[in-house]
Design a protein around this ligand. Structure first.
Ligand SMILES: [Zn+2]
Ligand SMILES: [Zn+2]
Length: 410
């Protein structure tokens, strides 16, 4: 549980007095001040932070009891801790420094993480079949390189916000009746809830005190053979940066645009092919352009009859399997048969054709007087469907009343 990191930073014992801490800090601050020692990097911020915590009785108590994360989480200090400044925590928990505090033991939760950024990427079925590398240009915020995300010029530090006394919140008290007050908290508009402000003249010029700048980034998205619609490709830590927060990921979501010919179902491909009546009866050879630009010739031998709606498959001509690109699913074809139009041939042809086709059913006029010849008319879906619905309704009625009652009496 014990986390001694802050004491170690100042080179003092855990039970060091305020005086010892001050002395140690002064000595180290001289050595590592960025003005004097620009190479020291973040060392100055670290010792300043340690000093700030260990000379504040409340913060020191929280730190001793709960370690660095206790401070970050407010550790029971409530709103007072808000004045601590996001920036310093940012410094400790961001940029890989968070790791050094993990050694102290205690709870480990990892640094706070920014939101993921999701980008859709339109791909064709060909792209998913063959694989492809796409360049994705995005704009993201990065921690300002000039100020390292402090928002201030070298060697400056933000001061507690005056508007909220460093709390980050403002408390409004309103009298709403005799002896009744209403208390309302709002985020401090001056410091946007951060509790501290960089004075105008100390602000970093590059980011205007915003701590981050915007950068155009180009990501190479590798769409592998066999990837599927809605598949996610994750770029770890490429999300927007913010000081003190581990950046989230950029997540690219593939969106397949519909294909004119093929529909994909897992590893299989499906397509519908229109063939003529002649082809359905007498065989065919039909070239089909596949997704990798090969031409696949599908064949049906004479004597094979393809009825309307018939389904056939071609083994191994489906979709490549992700990460096993030489394995493929199957291609399934559904055949629609295009019959010839009315009167497609002159009259004398039909008896000839009949001579070639299987014999028709024999017809003998049924005996008796109640035999009528009727003509077939073209089907009219609107009238047909209405009568169909009426019938269904009648059946319903019967089902509810009829059989139920009968059953009861049996
Ligand atoms: Zn800056
Ligand atoms: Zn404020």
């Amino acid at each position: 549980m014990a986390d001694n990191t802050l004491y170690q930073l100042l080179g003092v014992a855990r039970n060091a007095s305020d005086g010892d801490i001050k002395k140690a800090y002064r000595r180290l601050a001289k050595e590592f001040h960025p003005d004097k020692n620009p190479e020291a990097g973040d060392k100055f911020k670290e010792i300043s932070f340690a000093y700030e915590v260990l000379t504040d009785p409340q913060k020191r108590r929280i730190y001793d009891a709960q370690g660095i994360r206790g401070l970050q989480e407010g550790g029971g200090g409530g709103a007072d801790m808000a004045g601590f400044g996001e920036d310093i925590f940012s410094h400790f928990f961001g940029g890989g420094l968070g790791g050094m505090f993990g050694m102290g033991g205690g709870r480990q939760r990892g640094p706070r993480r920014g939101e993921d950024t999701v980008y859709p990427l339109k791909v064709t079925l060909e792209d998913l079949y063959n694989g492809k590398t796409s360049k994705l240009q995005l704009s993201k915020s990065v921690v300002c390189a000039s100020c390292g995300g402090t928002g201030g010029r070298m060697g400056t530090a933000p001061a507690p916000c005056r508007g909220c006394q460093g709390r980050g919140i403002k408390i409004h008290i309103r009298q709403i009746g005799p002896g009744m007050v209403q208390q309302k908290q709002t985020m401090c508009p001056d410091c946007h809830g951060e509790g501290e402000l960089m004075s105008e003249r100390d602000r970093c010029r590059t980011c205007a005190g915003q701590k981050t700048t915007s950068e155009v980034k180009i990501l190479e998205v590798h769409v592998d053979k066999g990837m599927r619609d809605s598949q996610k490709i994750t770029f770890r830590g490429e999300g927007n940066q913010k000081p003190g927060i581990e950046p989230g990921d950029v997540i690219v979501v593939l969106q397949q645009v519909p294909h004119e010919v093929f529909q994909r179902d897992g590893h299989d491909l499906h397509m519908t092919k229109k063939i003529s009546l002649t082809e359905s009866l007498c065989g065919f050879r039909i070239p089909i352009k596949h997704l990798d630009d090969r031409t696949v010739v599908i064949m049906s031998e004479p004597g094979t009859v393809l009825q309307p709606g018939a389904r056939k498959g071609v083994r191994g001509e489906g979709f490549p399997i992700h990460r096993m690109p030489f394995e493929k699913g199957n291609l399934y074809l559904r055949f629609e048969v295009d019959f010839p139009a009315n009167h497609w041939a002159p009259e004398p042809v039909y008896p000839q054709l009949e001579g070639l086709l299987p014999p028709r059913r024999a017809y003998q006029r049924p005996p008796g007087e109640h035999v009528e010849d009727v003509h077939l008319e073209d089907f009219d879906p609107s009238t047909q469907s209405r009568s169909g619905r009426a019938e269904a309704y009648d059946e319903d009625e019967e089902e509810h009343g009829g059989p139920g009652v009968q059953c009861a009496h049996q």
